[in-house]
Design a protein around this ligand. Structure first.
Ligand SMILES: NC(=O)c1ccc[n+]([C@@H]2O[C@H](COP(=O)([O-])OP(=O)(O)OC[C@H]3O[C@@H](n4cnc5c(N)ncnc54)[C@H](O)[C@@H]3O)[C@@H](O)[C@H]2O)c1
Length: 286
C-alpha cells in the first residue's frame, strides 16, 4: 500500500520544478493526479514559465508510476479556469482528496514594476485562493490542503537587508505572508469538518525559479551579469545549515507527509523545509 493509495491530488504549477516533483512523488505512493499549469510566460516576470511539453513530461512520469493523470492548461489567476480544472478532474478521476496549491512566480526585478507587483500578488496569493476554493466543494473529511509559501514570508524584511526589495520582490514577500494567514484561518474553520490545511515553506529550492538570472542578480546586485557560480556561495545566506538550497525531493517529502494519514492531526501548521533558515532570524519562538 502506498502512503496516499487511492487518493486524488489537485496540483497547480505541476508542469515542472517542485510541482512536478510533488505529482510524481504522490503518484509513486498511489495517488492519481490533476495537474494544472499556465504553460506560457507572464510578461512582467523576467524568467520563462513552464511549457506545454513540460506538462506532458509530468504526465509521462506520473503514468510511468502506474497512476492516472488529467492535465489542464489553466491560469490560477482566473477563478473560473480553476473551477473548470477541478470539475474536469472530478469528471475523469471522481474526487479530490489532496490540494497542492503551489503555482507561483518570483516577481523580483520584474517590469513594469507595478505589473510585476500585480502579477505576483495575483498568482501567488489570489491564485492560491482560487485553486483552494475551486477544490473546496469537493473535499470531504480526511482531505488535506497544502499551500506553498516561502521562508521569505517568515523573514522580517523591514529590519534586515534582503534580496529583491523592488516592487515585484516586495509582492513576493507580501503574497506569501498573506497566504499563510489565509491557510491559518481556513484551517481553523475546516478543522471541525475533519479537513486539514497547512503551509509548506521551502527555503531556496533548486528549480528554474532559483536558477535564473533574476535570482542571481537579486543575490549579487553588485555584479552586472552574475552567473550561477557567482550566486551559489551567497545562496547559503538563507540557511543555517551549510547548503545553498534544498532539492525538490525535500519539499515533496513534506508534501507527501502532509497529504498522508500520517499527519492526520496536523493542521494549521507553517511547515518549514529551510535548512534552519528561520533560526537565523529569531532568537526564540514560543
Ligand atoms: N525555488 C525556490 O527557491 C522557492 C523557494 C520558496 C518557495 N518557492 C515556491 O515554490 C513554488 C513552486 O516553484 P518552483 O520552485 O517549482 O518554480 P518553477 O518556476 O519551476 O515552478 C512554478 C510553476 O508555476 C507555474 N505557473 C506560474 N504562473 C502560473 C499561473 N498563473 N497559473 C498556473 N501555473 C502557473 C509555472 O509555469 C511553473 O511550472 C512557488 O510557489 C514558489 O514561490 C520556491
Amino acid at each position: 500500500m502506498g502512503r496516499v493509495e487511492g487518493k486524488v491530488a489537485f496540483i497547480t504549477g505541476a508542469a515542472r520544478g517542485q510541482g512536478r516533483s510533488h505529482a510524481v512523488k504522490l503518484a509513486s505512493e498511489g495517488a492519481d493526479i490533476i495537474a494544472v499549469d499556465l504553460c506560457h510566460n507572464v510578461d512582467s516576470i523576467t524568467y520563462a514559465m513552464a511549457t506545454p511539453e513540460d506538462l506532458e513530461e509530468t504526465a509521462r512520469l506520473v503514468e510511468k508510476e502506474g497512476r492516472r493523470i488529467v492535465t489542464v492548461q489553466a491560469d490560477v489567476r482566473i477563478a473560473e479556469q480553476m473551477r473548470a480544472a477541478a470539475k474536469q478532474g472530478i469528471d475523469e478521476l471522481g474526487k479530490i482528496d489532496i490540494v497542492v496549491a503551489q503555482a507561483g512566480v518570483a516577481g523580483m526585478r520584474g517590469e513594469p514594476q507595478v505589473a510585476a507587483w500585480s502579477d505576483t500578488v495575483d498568482i501567488n496569493l489570489v491564485g492560491t485562493i482560487n485553486a483552494v476554493q475551486a477544490a473546496l466543494p469537493y473535499l470531504n473529511e480526511g482531505a488535506s490542503i497544502i499551500a506553498t509559501g516561502s521562508t521569505a514570508a517568515l523573514m522580517d524584511v523591514s529590519k534586515k537587508d534582503q534580496p529583491g526589495k523592488d516592487l515585484g520582490g516586495a509582492a513576493y514577500v507580501f503574497s506569501k505572508r498573506a497566504l499563510t494567514h489565509f491557510i491559518h484561518d481556513l484551517a481553523t474553520h475546516l478543522a471541525p469538518r475533519g479537513i486539514r490545511a497547512n503551509v509548506l515553506h521551502p527555503t531556496n529550492c533548486n528549480t528554474d525559479m532559483l536558477q535564473s538570472e533574476t535570482m542571481y542578480k537579486s543575490f549579487r546586485p553588485d555584479l552586472e551579469h552574475p552567473t550561477r557560480a557567482d550566486a551559489e556561495p551567497v545562496f547559503s545566506v538563507q540557511q543555517a545549515m551549510k547548503i545553498p538550497y534544498i532539492e525538490v525531493e525535500d519539499s515533496s517529502n513534506m508534501v507527501l507527509f502532509l497529504a498522508s494519514e500520517e499527519s492526520r492531526y496536523v493542521t494549521g501548521m507553517q511547515m518549514r523545509v529551510d535548512g534552519g533558515g528561520y533560526l537565523k532570524w529569531y532568537d526564540h519562538h514560543l
